[in-house]
Design a protein around this ligand. Sequence first.
Ligand code: GUN
Length: 283
Amino acid sequence: MIISGKELSTRLKQQMREQVAGFPAEFGRVPHLVVILVGENPASVSYVTGKAKASEAVGIRNTTIRKPESISEEELLSLIRELNADDGVDGILVQLPLPKHISEDKVIATIAKEKDVDGFHPLNVAALWQKQPCTVACTPKGIIRMLKEAGVQIAGKRAVVVGRSNIVGLPVSKLLLDENATVTIAHSRTADLASVTRSAEILVVAIGRPRFITADMVSEGAVVIDVGVNRDPETGKLCGDVDFQAIEPKASVITPVPGGVGPMTICCLMENTIQCFLDRMER
Ligand code: GUN
């Protein structure tokens, strides 16, 4: 079975649209997401455009602020502080990666925790690892949602996560653990990676290397979640971290690239924006 993140996200966005349509009557306005893009990285431009389109589809107000690559760290931090103080802003997202002269850690920590729709703020991360209410990072959240939607039982399963990034590998490992999987985190220094990935009943791959996971690395019947978004070095087309063609016949469930995890990430961003809005309206 191929899980279409595209179809699932379209359905979820439609439901959110109906929810958001009731907000002006109830709260006097709709949620407002501000996205900050620094520079012209083509992948980042495309992601930010996708976020604006999804906002429109759901009925969320989106402001995208574009700043030149040359913006200073202090200028960016003071922009974030202004948005923190702006009562009409519910969510703030700074598209990563940032130019080298700007500290991503500082930028993330400057965003008000209550407006951190990415779930990257240290207080949100700490809350996740302590099983307290928090904003959960969009990609990990979308992955768990897809697994559940596909009817995959997670409890008791051997899950292997390849990659240990703050954005995907670490938080998705924690969410799988919270669903009672037995979780292994593999990475670039893992010895005999293939034997580790072959032990997986659920395999989540987030390493950013085109078609790195080959058929011999996957067991028959495994559930395979491909988080990679790469350019195929030969064709220039989008491809995942998993050799989809070769692995699809072996896997019981697999996600395509594009149209798999990516749309679910954006969908969860919409959900997080609505949640931040509702939390702020309640306070
Ligand atoms: N760059 C790649 N993925 C993400 C994400 O989920 N959020 C932000 N802000 N930047 C990213």
